[in-house]
Write a protein that binds this ligand. Structure first.
Ligand code: GTP
Ligand code: MG
Length: 205
């Protein structure tokens, strides 16, 4: 994928801080520490665009990035990770409200990339989120992350298990590793399919 540039656009603690919805947008969401910021950086080949951390639960704001490709601008949105055990209930509610305030009312949103660690099973968080997004007509791409962490045999078996456990078309499930540089082109292709179909459909049709 040819990337001409990628830059930070805005950081928001609520809807008042969201930038104008001026380009097709792709949101990255998933459990804390699943690899959202790493995947976003790997897709645009900028090591430190979105902040990554070995300390989970650090991204508590919504970060918007502008990605320039030939004749095409896309916005990437790094959403705060959910499911981090060491935060209070009220803080968790606050995160949920923030994420929903974005997902519920964002006309430029073309696809949600939901991340899932290869080594974990889906929790209610993922299954409910997938249903919630699909009910709202937001296409979901499932990026299975950190596949370098398992040896090839075990990896293939886990991928089969996860694909079977989730209600998504096979083409929307992509195995990735930012460490081993796997699946990034495939994910870009799936993102572009979602952008194309969102931007070619006439409004209200
Ligand atoms: P929060 O913002 O806290 O929700 O986390 P995040 O989902 O943005 O995760 P982040 O990208 O910060 O990555 C968390 C940790 O996982 C970091 O230590 C990364 O280096 C590591 N990591 C991310 N992707 C991969 C991968 O593909 N392979 C391996 N081995 N480690 C990864
Ligand atoms: Mg992050």
């Amino acid at each position: 994928m040819k990337i001409l540039g990628a830059e930070w656009l805005a950081t928001a603690a609520g809807p008042e801080g969201f930038p104008a919805p001026s380009a097709p947008e792709v949101a990255f969401l998933g459990r804390s520490n699943v690899g959202k910021s790493s995947l976003l950086n790997a897709l645009v080949r900028r090591k430190k665009l979105a902040r990554t951390s070995s300390e989970p639960g650090k991204t508590r704001l919504i970060h918007f990035f502008r990605v320039e490709r030939p004749k095409l601008e896309t916005h990437f949105v790094d959403l705060p990770g959910y499911g981090y055990a060491k935060v209070s209930k009220s803080e968790r509610k606050g995160w949920q409200r923030l994420i929903e305030s974005y997902l519920e009312d964002r006309p430029s949103l073309c696809a949600a990339v939901l991340l899932q660690d290869l080594r974990r099973d889906f929790s209610d968080d993922e299954t409910l989120l997938i249903d919630w997004l699909q009910e709202r007509g937001i296409p979901v791409l499932l990026a299975i992350t950190k596949i370098d962490k398992l040896k090839p045999m075990r990896r293939a078996a886990r991928l089969r298990e996860l694909k079977k456990a989730i209600n998504l078309p096979a083409a929307n499930v992509i195995a990735t590793s930012t460490e081993a540089n796997i699946g990034l082109e495939e994910l870009w292709k799936a993102i572009d399919v979602a952008i194309d179909s969102a931007t070619s459909e006439p409004d209200g049709a």
